[in-house]
Structures are given as structure tokens and as C-alpha cells.
Design a protein around this ligand. Sequence first.
Ligand SMILES: Nc1nc2c(ncn2[C@@H]2O[C@H](COP(=O)(O)OP(=O)(O)O)[C@@H](O)[C@H]2O)c(=O)[nH]1
Ligand SMILES: [Mg+2]
Length: 321
Amino acid sequence: MNLQEIKNIATSEELIDRALRRASKVEEKVRNPDYRARLTAVRKIHSVADNLANPMISYVKAFPSFDSIHPFDREIIDLTVGVDMLKKSLGAIDWARKEILMISTKYVPRARARKSADNTMKIMSEAYTKMTNVVRQISKSFDFLISARSIFRNLPNVDTESPIAVFAGAPNVGKSSLIGAVSSGKPEVKSYPFTTKAVSLGHIKKKYTVLQVMDTPGLLDRPDSERNDMEKQGIAAFDYLEPIIVFLTDLTGTSGYSIEMQTNLRDELKLRYPNCQWVDIFSKKDLDFENEVNFEDAIEVSAYKEEGIDFFKDKLLEIIP
Ligand SMILES: Nc1nc2c(ncn2[C@@H]2O[C@H](COP(=O)(O)OP(=O)(O)O)[C@@H](O)[C@H]2O)c(=O)[nH]1
Ligand SMILES: [Mg+2]
């Protein structure tokens, strides 16, 4: 399921206009005017019903089914538009679709049974009114889906089926730069609603393996006590992906954050994610390290001079769960 790739959704009025326009082109070439009216009416009613109901099916199908959705996507949907509201809107569209088909099923035989052309047209326009009223009745559900789609399109495109490494560490320690240095292609820069800062999402590719790499600004860069509820839920969303945690420590003193703050943050995250794979990085190795800490197996890298990058990438690919 790909939340970012939901196709365009029409408003209720656009849908109605399109359906009526298409139906207006339907014509039957039969001599007898009464017979012609009956045939035309039947085809027009079918045409309106199909042109309303078919797009509605595709809209409902375009959104993920909540039975099979990945818990990460579910959480993201809940944090952005609300799972309940989305379910309600999709339910309303599906209800309306069935109503429309029922109306057409009811009106087609009635149109067929009329003797005079006038009466037939009356029945047809009654069917039109009923069908379009059903659509208008749920216009807010269309509007909701339209705005949900546009919100989803602007989210980082995390593939829940592929492994992911999230980069954590204090601000300014070099997370985004390192993501740029390890990624094939340019990382995508987009935002989640639970962190006002833009997230970088890149990919490390080797043969058939793709590892997503993402930083988490505003989330995994400060102590839990400073996070608001929204940010806590944002972190919870990442918990569902069982990420590899890449923790950057900046020993150069240029990030503006003390070693004490950085190691406290590291301890806290280690407690929060006891089951995740963990990789320690000392960043900016092109500069002098002013501090010293003893982390086993830490990898020294420089995003600037591209030092230690290949070694780090290989290490990541090796430990993909
Ligand atoms: N000397 C040096 N500076 C770096 C390196 N990586 C990042 N920086 C600088 O450190 C600052 C913060 O980097 P950034 O990647 O934005 O850190 P983030 O906040 O953790 O994402 C920026 O001014 C970068 O130019 C590096 O490898 N060497
Ligand atoms: Mg950054």
C-alpha cells in the first residue's frame, strides 16, 4: 500500500457534472419517438449510475484496507487525518455507491414501462435527481478524502515492507549530511506532522537489497521529558518499523551539544529500543575530536571527506534484520 500514490479524487459536483455530461451524449436512433425515449432513458440512467458508482469504487479501493494495513501506516494515518474519520468517509462513499445502484435498478424498469415519451423523461429526471442527491448528501466525505490524499502525498514515502535505519542523535551532529553521503540519489526531504522539521529519507542500494535511511529531527534528538504528546506518538510510529538505530555522537564540539547531553540521549534511546540493532557513529572525523567516549565498535565517519562511508554502508547492509 502506498499512501503517497493515491490518484486524483473528484469533488461531488465534479463527479455529478461528469456523469451528467456523459449521459447527455447518449442517444438512440429509433424511429418511434416513444420507443426511442424509453431506450434512451434506460441507457441514460445506466450511464449516470455507472459514471457515479465506478469512480466511487476506485476511490474506496485507493485507500488502504484497515484489515491488512501495516501498523506504521495506520499510526501515520491516525496522526494525520484520523483513522475513524477516514473509515467513516470511505463508508459513506460506499454506502452512496450502493444507493445509486439501487436507484438505477428501481428506475430502469419504470422508465421502460412508460408509454409516452413525456412520462418516460419525467421518470428519467426523477432518477437523475435521486442519484445526484445521494452524492450531494455526502459531499463532505469527498472533501475529506481529497484533503487526506493531499496530506498523504506530502508525507515521506517510507516503504513498510523494506528495512529502515533511523538516524538519531542531538541536533547538528551531522545526521542529514550523513544520510546524503550514504544515499544513492538525492534524499527526499518531507515532513511528518509530528515534527515541524523536515525529514531526510534516502536509500542505500546494493544488488537486490534496499535499505531506507531516515533522520528524525525533533524526535530522537532530545530527552523524552522535552517531547510533547504528538512527538511521542511520532516516535511510537517509528517503533512499528523495528528500525536499525544509527546513533551519531559528535565529539568535535561543533554541534553545540555537550558529550553529557549526547550520552544521556543515547542511554535513553538504548532503553527505549532494547531489541533494535544499534550502530554507533562518531561524526565529522575530518575535525579534531575534543572529547573521548568509550563506545564499542563505533564507526568514525566524515560526510564531508567521505571517509568511513563505505565501511559504514557495508556494516548496515550486513546487519539488516
Ligand atoms: N566538518 C564537518 N562538518 C560536518 C560534517 N557533517 C555535517 N557537518 C556540519 O555540521 C552541521 C550539522 O549538520 P547536519 O547534517 O545538518 O546535522 P543534523 O542536524 O544532525 O542533521 C552542518 O553545519 C554541517 O555542515 C562532516 O562530516 N564534517
Ligand atoms: Mg538534519
